[in-house]
Design a protein around this ligand. Structure first.
Ligand code: PBG
Length: 323
């Protein structure tokens, strides 16, 4: 037996390093989140997310062109409505902001695969993801609103529905609702494993969706739990989910790995707003190399077992991968 192993043989030059590379990141792995606001001629900078904007529909074309030209296959659309109320009435309105945006995108950029985030928090005056009664976020009455929202998004042309609200049974009822409305071919990407995370802070600036009282800990998961993530995913698979999301990404790579090991469904990692903003601010200070840090992060998601990555870095990554 040799005295020790020479691992460095397989790292000696770029040729052999790329030949034995285990995981790869491609532009086809990316999903880009997009924020759409009401009004006209709006392209609003989100201060806590440098490089990310809210667009009104008349300005959305420029952004969608960039996405298509970069070769990014898919976007996730978030609507930021003007009017909010207790029930989130705008969420399932056929002429609500997200429905109008989806219709516009599918008409003008038919090659883009459009995923709709299905939640109420941007639409409710209290900012919670479900209906509130006596200070409690009600489960079953919220489900009805979510089904109506998902169906209206599908009717507007969404290619995929992504419920993110963490009410129990949401995949079950949305699947039934979509089927009944004739959308049995529309897949559900379940935010199956979603933690109550402080990494969502900048998103809440972008989507105006911060809860007005309390927090989301009665429906989103405790960051200390991993086995519970498998229970969540197990029920969503049984209820008919087509893909599983783990969110946030970076602090939860072990959860991505466990979900990948346990289930055969495609797994999606959400590289959330706070993760993005931390990298951007350090890069702007010249403290890290943005390109290298982002590519290292995303290959980490792939290595952990993610098939797809939702990331605000998608446009930059697409450009870096091309060059
Ligand atoms: C809506 C929703 C949130 C995010 C995606 N969908 C916010 C939340 O749950 O508070 C966060 C995404 C991000 O931080 O990038 N429920």
């Amino acid at each position: 037996m040799q005295s020790f192993q020479r691992h460095r043989r397989l790292r000696r030059n770029p040729m052999i390093r790329s030949m034995v590379q285990e995981h790869h990141l491609g532009v086809h792995d990316l999903i880009y989140p997009v924020f759409v606001v009401e009004g006209s001629n709006q392209k609003n900078l989100i201060p806590s997310m440098p490089g990310i904007f809210q667009f009104s529909i008349d300005r959305l074309g420029e952004e969608m062109e960039e996405v298509v030209n970069a070769g990014i296959p898919s976007i996730m659309v978030f609507g930021v409505p003007h009017d909010k109320d207790e029930k989130g009435s705008q969420a399932d309105h056929d002429h609500g902001i997200v429905q109008k945006a989806i219709r516009y995108i599918k008409e003008n950029f038919p090659s883009l695969y459009v995923i709709a985030d299905t939640c109420l928090c941007q639409y409710t005056s209290h900012g919670h993801c479900g209906l509130v009664r006596e200070g409690e976020i009600e489960n079953d009455s919220s489900l009805e609103r979510l089904v109506q929202t998902a169906v209206s998004q599908a009717r507007a042309g969404a290619d995929m529905i992504a419920p993110s609200n963490m009410m129990d049974g949401f995949v079950y009822v949305i699947r039934k609702g979509l089927d009944k409305a004739g959308f049995d071919q529309i897949p559900i990407l379940s935010y199956a494993v979603k933690y109550a995370s402080s990494f969502y802070g900048p998103f809440r600036d972008a989507a105006h969706s911060a809860p007005q009282f309390g927090d989301r800990r009665t429906y989103q998961m405790n960051p200390a739990n991993a086995r519970e993530a498998l229970r969540e995913a197990t029920s969503d698979v049984a209820e008919g989910a087509d893909l599983l999301m783990v969110k946030p990404g970076l602090a939860y790579l072990d959860v991505i790995y466990r979900v990948r090991e346990r289930f055969d469904l495609p797994v999606v990692a959400y590289n959330v707003s706070g993760e993005y903003s931390m990298v951007k601010s350090a890069a702007q200070n010249g403290w890290i190399n943005e390109k290298e840090v982002v590519l290292e992060t995303l290959i980490g998601f792939k290595r952990a077992g993610a098939d797809l990555i939702l990331t605000y870095h998608a446009k930059d990554v697409a450009k870096w991968l091309q060059s």
